[in-house]
Design a protein around this ligand. Structure first.
Ligand code: AMP
Ligand code: MG
Length: 471
């Protein structure tokens, strides 16, 4: 792989060592083996991975890094569940540099100076959830980190029970989080704060570099990107589960897949994270939480932009979000955004999906593809669905249907499907994860027999399903 990489750079490492990051030597996993390599992504970034090359397998599992890598752990802070959590940082992840237009990040490569009491490891269960979750969100056309390769090993890792250790090669346009700014703001180190802000502008909004009001303008971009992201999540029924400011990317990418999930029936109060007793990160709270996160971000900019300006910008967020959500729903339903019936149809979609046993993410395929048989079998017989269908049919725009069909998921990344994939992998069978990833490479609307087989029969009840943060 070494000679095949056209370009490799590490711009983050041009910042001061010991201030913004620490150099780290990864700690190898024992007896690593490939779970999967995301071939389509590897080709896309012009980085074919030779699965027979032991040096590459070792490097991807925390062994000797490839010569072009610059492994460092980044420091950041954050608000967790609404409370200031102080310094966090890459406790089990390493920035390796940039290639193929993405930052490479090895997750699960062992202890770092920011591990605190953690072991620096990832377990196979959570690594699979991130691997498939991020590729699924990407296939839905939503900005996300990507998953390049997944390795497991015999290294035992203690969580609630003993589990298998794993490492994930994650790619992102940028791993900068709100927490990167918060870290220096809360130390009142405004010189370093300014440095990381300027770095972020160069990375994410280079067209603003050099403008006198670039900090204010870059904040407007953060607002716009995060409103877009939440509009996407809400439209597809994605629940992130742990929207702390250290898990919120400045790039507007979905970042840090932990206890995430998709709505089954439509419920604003749907909580997936079992440590979230107050429902702070419930599905319906996500726009409000992102607005709150943006206020944390705005605070970090107060040394450089006047408060009234920041406040006025922040006040734009609800409107930006509403527009983004409406646009996303219009696109997914193949209805013109200025159609006056759109709001009613969106409400009807929600009402239909409140019926237990009707899976929200399937509704788009049901409307757009007459031949499609999803899990929500009782749907067709429902009177409210028939009403929705007739209302929708009279408003749908023929010109938009093809694109909407291609964006409509033909299968759902349900927690029960993921559980079955994880169980197979823990038993040494990687066929399911590979076939799902291959299906995602072909597109979200394509038929996928493995998804049908694995996701076919949901458990009798899902109302009490919660996921642990322990990953
Ligand atoms: P997360 O909830 O995964 O976003 O992690 C929150 C913080 O805890 C981040 O700073 C992580 O790097 C750190 N962390 C999570 N899990 C571990 C672990 N197993 N070992 C060390 N640090 C961890
Ligand atoms: Mg995190």
């Amino acid at each position: 792989m070494t000679n095949q990489l056209p370009e490799w750079s590490a711009p983050y490492c041009e910042l001061s060592e010991g201030i913004f990051y620490q150099k780290v030597s990864p700690v190898p996993l024992v007896d690593p083996c490939w779970v999967d390599i995301n071939r389509a992504l590897a080709i896309e970034i012009n980085s074919p991975i030779d699965s027979t090359d032991q040096k590459i397998l070792q490097a991807f599992s925390g062994g000797e890094p490839l010569p072009e890598w610059s492994p460092v752990a980044q420091v950041y802070s954050g608000h967790q569940f609404g409370h200031w959590a102080g310094q966090l940082g890459d406790g089990r992840g390493l920035y390796l540099g940039v290639s193929g237009g993405y930052e490479w990040h090895l997750k699960g490569g062992g202890h770092t100076p920011y591990s605190r009491s953690g072991d620096g490891r990832s377990v196979l269960r959570s690594a699979i959830r991130e691997y498939l979750g991020s590729e699924y969100i990407n296939a839905l056309g939503i900005p996300s980190t990507r998953a390049l390769a997944l390795v497991t090993s015999d290294t035992p890792v203690q969580r609630e029970t003993m589990e298998r250790g794993a490492s994930l090669m994650r790619l992102a346009k940028s791993h900068l989080r709100i927490g990167h700014f918060e870290n220096f703001y809360h130390r009142q180190d405004y010189g370093r704060l300014r440095e990381i802000i300027e770095f972020a502008i160069h990375q994410l909004d280079p067209d603003l570099a050099g403008l006198p009001d670039r900090v204010e303008q870059t904040f407007q971009r953060y607002l716009e990107r995060s409103a877009q992201l939440i509009g996407h999540w809400m439209a597809v029924g994605f629940v992130h589960g742990v929207m702390n400011t250290d898990n919120t990317a400045l790039s507007g990418e979905t970042l840090d897949y932990g206890p995430y999930g998709f709505l089954t029936s439509y419920r604003d109060d749907y909580v997936i994270n079992h440590t979230d007793h107050m429902g702070r990160y419930a599905y319906g709270q996500q726009p409000r939480v992102m607005h709150w996160n943006m206020s944390c971000l705005a605070e970090t900019l107060t040394p450089f932009v006047c408060v009234d300006t920041l406040r006025a910008a922040l006040d734009r967020f609800p409107g930006l979000y509403q527009t983004a959500y409406r646009t996303q729903m219009a696109n997914r339903l193949a209805i013109e955004t200025d159609n006056e019936a759109l709001a009613d149809i969106i409400q009807a979609v929600k009402d239909v999906c409140k019926t237990p046993g009707i899976y929200y993410p399937e509704i788009f395929s049901y409307l757009l593809r007459e031949d499609w048989m999803g899990l929500s079998q009782p749907l067709k017989g429902l009177e409210v669905f028939q009403q929705l269908q007739s209302q929708w049919s009279s408003e749908v725009s023929k010109d938009l249907v093809q694109e909407a069909r291609a964006a409509a998921p033909s299968w759902m990344l349900s927690y029960w499907l993921l559980d079955r994939v994880i169980r197979a992998a823990e038993g040494g069978d990687f066929t399911p994860i590979r076939s799902l990833r291959e299906a995602l490479n072909r597109g979200i609307s394509g038929e996928c027999q493995s998804a049908k087989d694995l996701g076919g029969s949901p458990p009798a009840t899902d109302s009490a399903y919660h996921l642990s943060c322990s990953s």
